[in-house]
Design a protein around this ligand. Structure first.
Ligand code: CAA
Length: 249
């Protein structure tokens, strides 16, 4: 198994931690990014320690994925300190849920910038180098709600649906260069983001999941690790839905 340089944006969040652990298990050098603020920095360091206890040595860098300039600085630093990025997991994302009648423009813009423009910001900065080196994996984390829509998530569902068009387009551009580009669409997974959904609403959502429970972060990490693997080179431009049967397309 080749040792690769892997970056997981939002790598200290609910899903990101499990992705980092899975990529460490594959033997890669794993870099987790976290949104830069004093509070998140402390949380990220705690998270790094707990991953260490599981045997996963993850490097931490602050990064605002919604800012192209922040991404440029980050990639320049990573390339200088570790070498070019081989595996990019575009995982960082936020919710700003509200029905359209109450959604403010800022709620729309923040979600589009963080969940969709980030895909361009990060992929743009690693894609040429992956193509030149003849190997790369880009895995974009979308959502069940990008596939089907969700009450109160016009911003989030639009951003997550946009990821599919982006993924398929650059999958075509990377196909002959050994660079695969795929999406993973988690359903409702037991993470702090999902736990923010009002209890009553969440209970009724869980009732609609055929598997009968929330997913686990490791169940998403498994899909990411699968797509990142050396022998997944013929899988490109696809979407892997991991949602307990809640939506079948
Ligand atoms: N379908 C139809 N009508 C709905 C509805 C639904 N799913 N949900 C709520 N409504 C109705 C309510 O019955 C209510 O109707 P009345 O005004 O006639 O009484 C009206 O809409 C207002 O509903 P709320 O009281 O819930 O409105 P609110 O402003 O308090 O809350 C909300 C709105 C914040 C969007 C809340 O409904 C909510 O949090 N929903 C869950 C959104 C969600 O699933 N987010 C996912 C977060 S996790 C994630 O995004 C990860 C991932 O990828 C899956």
């Amino acid at each position: 198994m080749s040792k690769r340089i892997a970056v997981v944006t939002g790598g200290t969040g609910g899903l990101g931690i499990a992705m980092c652990e899975a990529l460490c298990d594959q033997g890669h050098t794993v870099i987790a990014t976290y949104y830069p603020s004093p509070e998140t920095e402390a949380q990220a360091k705690e998270c790094q320690e707990s991953m260490k206890a599981w045997g996963a040595e993850v490097l931490l860098y602050p990064l605002d994925v919604s800012s192209f300039e922040s991404c440029q600085n980050f990639i320049t630093t990573v390339e200088a300190e570790h070498g070019p990025v081989d595996i990019l997991v575009n995982n960082a994302g936020i919710t700003r849920d509200a029905p359209l009648k109450r959604m403010e423009h800022q709620q729309w813009q923040d979600v589009i910038d963080t969940n969709l423009s980030s895909m361009f910001n990060m992929s743009k900065l690693v894609f040429n180098s992956m193509c030149e080196r003849g190997w790369g994996r880009i895995i974009n984390i979308s959502s069940l709600n990008g596939e089907k829509g969700q009450f109160g998530q016009a911003n989030y569902a639009a951003a997550k649906a946009g990821i599919y068009g982006f993924t398929r387009s650059i999958a075509l551009e990377g196909a002959r260069k050994g660079v695969t580009v795929n999406a993973v669409s988690p359903g409702y997974i037991d993470t702090p983001m999902v736990r923010q959904v009002p209890e009553k609403v969440l209970n009724s959502i869980v009732e609609g999941i055929p598997v009968g429970r929330l997913g686990k972060p490791v169940e998403i990490a498994r899909a990411v690790a699968f797509l990142a693997a050396e022998d997944s080179g013929f899988i490109t431009g696809t979407n892997l839905s991991v949602n307990g049967g809640q939506y079948m397309s």
